[in-house]
Design a protein around this ligand. Structure first.
Ligand SMILES: Nc1ncnc2c1ncn2[C@@H]1O[C@H](COP(=O)(O)OP(=O)(O)OP(=O)(O)O)[C@@H](O)[C@H]1O
Ligand SMILES: [Mg+2]
Length: 518
């Protein structure tokens, strides 16, 4: 006879072997385009499951099906052994499934507290009035538990993208879910915030929460996940324990071919630049807070990498050049002429383009097509005698779609129907369409898969060959080292080093970036 204890142990083993969530034969198409073909996924209790695949592979779509945002065309969803049909995301959430979406979905005009507890029942007093204090207290407890010091009474519209991401995480945690889907949660977080997030993930795991984790960053995947599933072009490719794979193997599964090493650009020799005039020059530039006494020259045809740790002031420096942030000291010269750039539109007039860090602040127009989003910055130039030249607009849009390899059903597709990485390419296309002299790129390939990364590197390089001057912020040292001619390293708002690529190594850049070498 089995003892009761043994029987309980048996039941637990069986439970551990039965997935808490089982998706089977999932198909989905959007206006006739098949984006998921017979996909399956098993999620076990208490595991972190990495969902991997190139941009547009179908990761977010599959997760939206799991969470009731989309209905599958066919296939079954088994949750705790029962078949379920979600009619909407609220139903799934009430049953314990919550999502941190890739694109932030907060209500900007509501407070942080309201956003965090939205969708739960607001506590009311006997008069039927909402007990706001209780809401703010609850929200505060959740925020503090993830190490955030944000005030729950503050409006979401005042927050930075990273702060919004923390609110989004707090909101997902407020439901005490059994399944938590995290779709690229770290895309706009600092290293410190990422560490905090990983601690939370580990705590949740211990409590038995199952987590689906989507990220393009291999280091994260290998640090926190237990198992993986790879999708390619909407097909299930493989699944298994993370200990039985490695980054090269995963990449091979994702792209279905061997990926050549990162693109290596040939360095423009300093001698070639000697008789060129700098297109952009900064002399002793400071802003209100972060940027301190920055001077450098940028020549036509070169790519300068701006390296440094998160918070070193790289984004602020670029924003100061572009007129988004106020310059308080120093001078900026374009083609040798001193300029006073007061706003982004003045910067654009001077031939400066800026692709900001986060897709969320890049201002995609959600109700417009891919074509309109690409040509938006240039729409005036398509007007001839008061009439828009539709033929030329179509041809130009198609040109960019092809050149950047934007995966879209057509140029007329609504831009929100594109996967996250492909939206990023649309933003880059928009800035290229103004034919700038100076291109300021802030983390241009964040959230972009390996294949598309190489494409974007080639494009940047081609543009430089045509004479464009590029200043590129990147936190990925291999990217900095394979694309730049020269590298500037920032630390605490100052430029600590200027290195030709031939002499730069990852270690050396890190030394300067961490302030080890003064
Ligand atoms: N609402 C929609 N309408 C039309 N097409 C869509 C919609 N949502 C997704 N798609 C298409 O489905 C495909 C898969 O997109 P999905 O967002 O799932 O990719 P992903 O794997 O999450 O990519 P990424 O890494 O870039 O976020 C893409 O080709 C996309 O254009
Ligand atoms: Mg996605």
């Amino acid at each position: 006879m089995e003892t009761l204890k043994e029987r309980i142990a048996d039941v637990e083993i069986v439970a551990a072997k039965t997935p808490i969530m089982k998706l089977e034969g999932i198909r989905k198409s959007f206006s006739g385009v098949h984006v998921l073909h017979q996909v399956h996924l098993d999620l076990y209790k208490g595991e972190v499951h990495a969902l991997m695949g190139e941009n547009g592979a179908g990761k977010s779509t599959l997760m939206k099906i799991m969470a009731g945002v989309h209905k599958p065309d066919s296939g079954t969803t088994l949750y705790r052994g029962q078949e379920v049909h979600w009619n909407n995301p609220m139903e799934a959430r009430d049953q314990g499934i919550s999502v941190i979406h890739q694109e932030i979905s907060l209500s900007p005009n509501l407070s942080i507290g309201e956003n965090i507890l939205m969708g739960t029942k607001f506590p009311k007093n006997r008069m039927g009035l909402i007990k706001w204090n209780e809401i703010y207290e609850k929200a505060e407890v959740i925020l503090r538990s993830i190490g955030s010091t944000l005030n729950p009474k503050v409006s979401v519209s005042t927050l930075s993208v990273a702060e919004q991401q923390m609110v989004e995480i707090a909101r997902a945690l407020s439901f005490n879910s059994e399944i938590l889907i995290m779709d690229e949660p770290t895309a706009s977080l600092t290293d410190k915030e990422i560490e905090k997030l990983f601690t939370i993930v580990n705590d949740l795991k211990k409590k038995g929460v199952s987590i689906v984790y989507i990220s393009h960053r291999m280091d994260e995947i290998f640090r926190i996940s237990d198992r993986y599933t790879v999708l390619r072009d909407g097909h299930f490719i493989n699944s298994g324990p993370i200990t039985e794979t490695n980054p090269d193997h995963l990449v091979k599964l994702m792209v279905g071919r061997e990926i050549k090493d990162l693109f290596q650009r040939n360095v423009t020799k300093p001698s070639e630049l000697a008789n060129r005039k700098p297109v952009l020059e900064l002399k002793h530039v400071s802003d209100k807070k972060t940027v301190k006494d920055v001077s450098f020259k940028l020549y036509p045809g070169e790519i300068v990498g701006l390296a440094g740790l998160v918070g070193a002031g790289r984004t602020e420096l670029v924003r100061t050049i572009f007129g988004t942030s106020k310059l308080t000291q120093g001078e900026i010269f374009i083609d040798g002429q001193q300029v006073r750039i007061q706003s982004p539109s003045e910067a654009m007039e001077l031939g400066i383009a800026h692709v900001p860090e986060s897709r969320k602040e890049q201002g995609l127009f959600p109700n417009l097509s891919v074509k309109e989003n690409i040509l938006m910055a240039q729409i005036r130039t398509y007007r001839s005698a008061g009439i828009l030249q539709y033929g030329k607009m179509d041809a130009d849009a198609d040109g960019y779609i092809q050149e950047l390899g934007i995966k879209t059903a057509s140029r007329e597709q609504n831009v929100m129907g594109l996967s996250g990485g492909n939206q990023q390419k649309v933003v880059i296309a928009r800035w290229l369409s103004i034919s700038p002299k100076v291109l300021l790129l802030d983390e241009p390939t964040r959230g972009v898969d390996i294949g598309a990364k190489t494409e974007i590197h080639k494009i940047i390089s081609k543009l430089a060959e045509k004479g464009l001057a590029v200043l590129m912020i990147s936190s990925e040292l291999p990217e900095i080292l394979s694309v730049s001619d020269r590298i500037l390293v920032m630390h605490e708002g100052k430029i600590r080093a200027e290195l030709p690529r031939s002499e730069a190594t990852q270690e050396q850049i890190m030394y300067y970036a961490t302030g080890e070498i003064k």
